[in-house]
Design a protein around this ligand. Sequence first.
Ligand code: ADP
Ligand code: MG
Length: 387
Amino acid sequence: MTTDALKDAFFKIYGGDADPIFVRSPGRVNLIGEHTDYNDGFVFPMAIEPHVILAARARDDDKVIARSTLFPDKPVQFSLTQPITTGKPAWGNYVRGAVAMLKAKGVPLVGMDCLIANTLPPGGGLSSSAAMEVGTSRAMLALAGETMDSLPLALLCQKAEHEFAGVPCGVMDQTIVAAGKAGHAMLLDCRTHTPTYAPLGDDVTVVVVNSMAKHSLADGEYAKRRKECETGVAYFQKVDPKVIALRDVTPAQVNAAEKALGDLTFRRCRHVVTENERCLAFAEKLKAGDYTAAGELMYASHASLKDDYEVSVKELDFLVDTARTLDGVYGSRMTGGGFCGCTVSLVKPAAVEKFMADIANIFQAKFGKDPVRFATKATDGAGVIGT
Ligand code: ADP
Ligand code: MG
């Protein structure tokens, strides 16, 4: 939806004369570094073109009223002067959470009328949840005439996701959504919460393909993987008390501990420690413009997620295996937590159109579904945009 169309829709709902402001909040895709964030490791995401966009205007009372074009019959309403708690509709928890965290920080807020539209699919593994939290926060801050740096804002929004959505996520999603930079991916050290921006040249294109897979197991499996990593950490801590997370363990140490760890814990640990190395190596290869080597690291990441971490599914494997056979593809892997969601591929710009058409046809022939797909540049993180 254009900002003009959104403005029209906003006035139809809320009336009044004063123009709303617009906040664009992007989704994200992670190029490499999967299941490393909660192990104090490294990730390499970028903010993408699909986004949520909020039209927002200050009210002269303490009410926050939010509507989404996705749920036109389910507005969200609460008061800034009452305790903010989770409730129905469920989508409102992303708004409530973000506002509650700003309020808890003591930020002086004002009431808001808000209408949210999106090009970012909800629940598609591209972090629409973080886009909602960070976008809402940016709108509330702007209306109140307050500022906040992106990194502390990301931490507040992560807390909102934990406490209001019940998802114990790492720090990656909210950080890239809040602090993304156009034309750049972000190497993020999840221990120190320090981003380093890496330019993404015009000579390479990022393509996202949705596996269309739906696997309800995913939630329990995420918690299980986190436990399995903790089991690994407990072992290495006994050997070396300085170990706080798998971040502090090398592949050589994991290999040496194969018998002691047992097959399952060994493979989980091996994924995390090798994935951290791949993520750092990927940053170097990208800097050097060596997309072939960067792409091989993506394939290796996928193999590790499939075989050692066991979070892939046949649809994701098929997309990656197919990408390998197509022209102009440097690398491909599942992205996100796994079990469903998308693959991300690095593709030569001239090959992108054919790549997207071919992979869709081949996937359709196998699974009978037309996979949602798009090419995207890296964009800025969430912020107020002009009309
Ligand atoms: P993901 O972050 O991978 O997109 P989540 O399950 O974490 O998936 O978050 C999706 C939820 O976020 C949706 O179920 C909905 O509650 C909320 N959401 C996302 N986009 C919107 C939107 N445009 N309007 C209202 N709610 C949204
Ligand atoms: Mg999410």
